[in-house]
Ligand binder design. Structure first.
Ligand SMILES: [Zn+2]
Ligand SMILES: [Zn+2]
Length: 364
């Protein structure tokens, strides 16, 4: 999810749980009548590398802007269901037990037949629109702070069904450092810590996807070195490019140097609908078409096999590109990608084919 101060977060809670969402829900209902997966290339896998369906990490929420119903409606093969392990420093900490309680929500969905938790590759459903279709749920954790640097807790998560961990989020922890600003008085580690190294190695050993979203470049570098040693790919599950060669400011956007580290492991950079708009900036990201053009630039420099989709929907993105109201607009994104010159096969690689490859290389 995206960084918010306390006031913004409370507003987000209200929007997620209360009547403020009604207008947006209506907009979705309108969109559902015209958007169909049938307009996408046949056989295309759609896999969202990072999202929070039903805002399930917020207990008690009944209305949200990223409902599971829309994931089913669009015929997504699988989506990340990311529990949140840490928030900004102004929020209460999350214990390991509370993290598991968040994930219970997805277990309950599975018991109700609404999703299929992906424990192995063969669990990913192929059929998109059969009656009663249950999409795949990739149990994920965003923020490794509740692990307290203990690799044995990775085993517990694995046993629980978690197959993807975003190690960093909004707190410096026993694993490493984050890419966004930290409060005065918090001392950064200086990169990946020994405990972080042990956790990454345990994840590779067990068969999990290592996600470097939110990680500081020095932490990312340490993780990428381990990945190269083990011959495993890593991902950044939700970001977009800054187009800088190296990071200059502590921001959520990735420089070329960082993205190339991920690509070098065989991994993927997954991009999201975040609106990025600054006066005078040459590469603003304000529309679906901008998103598609950005993907073209990433393809040209990193290679088509190193890009993918990671929406962070349900994570409280402050603003999204024009043309994106919900996950249903994935059809429009695919069409924009075709318009700017992608082939259907390349769109398919972006939408899920590349993630599937990484998942197969990661999951035992
Ligand atoms: Zn998120
Ligand atoms: Zn995030």
């Amino acid at each position: 999810m995206i960084s918010m101060n306390r006031r913004q977060f409370l507003g987000f809670l209200a929007a997620a749980c209360g009547s403020l969402s009604v207008g947006k829900i209506n907009a979705h209902a309108k969109g559902m009548s015209k958007l169909r997966r049938g307009t996408l290339p046949m056989g295309m896998y759609i896999i969202d590398a990072h999202s929070h369906p039903d805002h399930f990490y917020l207990p008690g929420c009944t209305i949200c802007d990223h409902p599971l119903d829309q994931i089913i409606e669009i015929g997504m093969n699988a989506s990340s269901f990311a529990a949140v392990g840490d928030f900004a420093y102004s929020h209460p900490t999350v214990s390991f037990g509370e993290l598991l309680m968040q994930l219970d929500y997805v277990k309950n969905l599975e018991e109700a037949g609404r999703v299929k938790i992906i424990r192995q590759i063969s669990d990913i459903p192929h059929v998109e629109r059969a009656p009663g279709f249950a999409p795949g749920a990739i149990l994920s954790v965003e923020g490794g702070t509740p692990l307290e640097g203990d690799p044995d807790k990775v085993d517990e998560l694995y046993e629980y069904g978690v197959r993807l961990i975003t190690l960093m989020h909004y707190r410096v922890n026993a694993i490493g450092d984050i890419m966004t600003p930290i409060p005065d008085g918090i001392v950064p580690n200086g990169g990946l810590m020994d405990d972080g190294r042990a956790i990454v190695e345990r994840m590779f050993h067990l068969g999990m996807v290592v996600d470097v979203a939110h990680a500081h470049i020095d932490t990312l570098r340490g993780i990428a070195d381990i990945a190269l040693h083990y011959g495993k790919p890593i991902i950044d599950s939700h970001t977009s490019p800054s187009y800088l060669e190296t990071p200059v400011d502590p921001i959520r956007l990735r420089s070329w140097a960082e993205m190339e580290m991920v690509a070098e492991t065989g991994g993927i950079i997954c991009t999201w609908p975040l609106k990025v708009s600054k006066p005078g900036r040459r590469s603003n990201r304000e529309t679906l078409l901008d998103w598609a053009k950005e993907s073209l630039r990433l393809k040209e420099r990193l290679g088509i096999e190193h890009i993918g989709l990671g929406t962070d929907q349900g994570g409280g993105l402050p603003e999204v590109v024009a043309g994106w109201e919900s996950i249903l607009n994935i059809v429009d994104l695919a069409e924009a990608m075709l318009d700017v010159g992608f082939t259907k096969r390349e769109v398919s690689a972006y939408m899920g084919g590349n993630f599937l490859r990484v998942f197969k290389q990661s999951i035992r």
